[in-house]
Design a protein around this ligand. Structure first.
Ligand code: GCO
Length: 459
């Protein structure tokens, strides 16, 4: 069924034909500080491990850094205007730890705190709920140099940061996430080294897994202490069904290993109160008395980031002997090679519902990279992204119909931005960013999402 906007352009816009989500469903968009803010050395911000990592030869495509990114630090009012015109209920952003605590601890940076005050107030003025994420991978260099996630001390440093930010913003920001994708932070940052801090070590990964989980638990306590009653606290995990790329014993073992670290290591202890046995054995006495109780601090919501099924292979270069590979057939993929298959989201939700105690679920990231660009008239048409969103939103609706308590959806991303080791080469936004001029151009997927929200708001 063609939407009005798409019909006018003759685009294929299979906007969902019926209102599938209730009036209370939260429609959002997500970004992260290092990927959009820029102003990396402005107003007292300290360096993060991504500022350092991006400058290492060969780590990031084209040597791209987040120095300028989308210049959101200066353009946030215009970006909030785009969110308001979109009709968003909520906006998921992350706070740059080194912008508010340049040394990671101790002296707070007033200009950094003021920025997040202004952002939160501007969102509220636009009728958009600010959903704050404390950590989206940009650890202050000063703390990395003191051991980073390998040091047990980081749990206290993170809790102090959490207390500072909740005390400053939680009177207005009523939803908080401790980490974005702690599983990806541990695995890509410490086992594969593809992300900052760029470590490839079994011991570093095991230490990071546990200390990130411990930091989460202590931060939940700190937020509860600093924030008004009723503040909603959760964690965001990137969870994907893991399949052996080939049907043999070695590939099956590789899939089990990836599933253990990618899907279970940073969720089981939080929601079940214990590690899977295989991982508990590897962690050994890193887990001290009382840690599991701290880590399992009760949560109010669960953020699921989902993109695609993943395919595992044996990898002798990986500290745990397992890695990921491209999908083993020629079905459609996005511009970063991720399979387009909404059933993967449905399967992942079903696993969460079956394995963990009931918690409200929010899809806190879902989206796709495609090689978008303006046409001769300066418009950006992205029918592939519209089709992707329609397929995955249909999967969300089906999962809800099957009983999953999914209460919202945040598209990744509001705007094109810094895609980590891929730099600015991949575009995930529903708004196009011209990095030369910093102009924003709403894509046709922006109009699709706007119409979808409007349709559900008007019922
Ligand atoms: C992630 C991160 C985002 C990415 C997005 C596309 O899930 O990896 O949360 O920062 O940019 O997912 O890869």
């Amino acid at each position: 069924m063609l939407s009005r906007v798409a019909a006018a352009r003759g685009e294929r816009s299979p906007i969902m034909s019926t209102v599938r989500f209730g009036p209370d469903f939260v429609w959002g968009a997500a970004t992260s500080c290092y990927q959009i803010e820029g102003a990396a050395t402005e107003d007292g911000r300290g360096p993060s491990i991504w500022d350092r990592f991006a400058r290492l030869p060969g780590k990031v495509l084209n040597g791209d850094t987040g120095d300028v990114a989308c210049d959101h630090y200066h353009r946030y009012r215009d970006d909030v205007r785009l969110m308001r015109e979109l009709g968003l209920d909520a906006y998921r952003f992350s706070i740059a730890w080194p912008r508010v605590l340049p040394e990671g601890r101790g002296r707070a940076n007033a200009a950094g705190l003021d920025f997040y005050d202004r952002l939160v107030d501007t969102l509220l003025e636009a009728g958009i709920a600010p959903w704050a994420c404390l950590h989206h991978w940009d650890l202050p260099v000063a703390l990395s140099d003191r051991g980073g996630w390998e040091s047990r001390d980081i749990a206290g440093w993170f809790a102090d940061y959490a207390h500072l930010m909740a005390g400053r913003l939680a009177d207005r920001a009523r939803h908080w996430f401790t980490f974005n994708e702690p599983n990806v932070l541990a695995w890509l940052g410490h086992a594969t080294g593809v992300h900052a801090p760029g470590i490839r070590s079994r011991d570093a990964t095991l230490a990071a897994v546990h200390h990130i989980n411990l930091s989460h638990g202590k931060a939940v306590e700190a937020i509860r202490d600093a924030a008004p009653a009723g503040t909603q606290i959760g964690v965001i995990a990137s969870l994907q069904p893991i399949h052996p790329a080939r049907e043999d014993e070695a590939h099956a073992r590789a899939a089990e290993t990836i599933d253990l670290f990618w899907n279970l290591a940073m969720v089981d202890p939080l929601l079940l109160g214990h590690y899977p046995d295989a991982l508990a054995a590897m962690l050994g006495d890193r887990v001290q008395s009382g840690d599991l109780e701290t880590i399992a601090a009760p949560l109010d919501l669960f953020g699921l980031n989902h993109y695609c099924r993943q395919y595992a292979v044996p990898d002798p270069d990986n500290p745990f002997g397992a890695g990921l590979t491209a999908p083993p057939d020629d079905r459609p993929v996005t511009d970063v090679g991720w399979r387009i298959d909404g059933s993967g989201l449905a399967d992942q939700v079903a696993r969460i519902v079956e394995r963990y105690p009931k918690l409200p679920i929010y899809i806190t990231e879902n989206g796709a990279a495609f090689p978008d660009g303006p046409d001769a008239a300066g418009a950006v048409h992205d029918p592939d992204r519209i089709a992707f969103l329609d397929e995955y939103l249909d999967a969300v609706a089906r999962a809800r119909d099957a009983g999953a308590d999914i209460r919202g959806y945040f598209v990744w991303s509001l705007m094109d931005n810094y895609e980590w080791e891929l730099g600015y080469s991949k575009r995930f936004g529903i708004v196009y960013v011209d990095y030369r001029t910093q102009d924003r151009i709403p894509k046709s997927s922006y109009r699709f999402y706007q119409e979808l929200i409007d349709r559900h708001r008007s019922g």
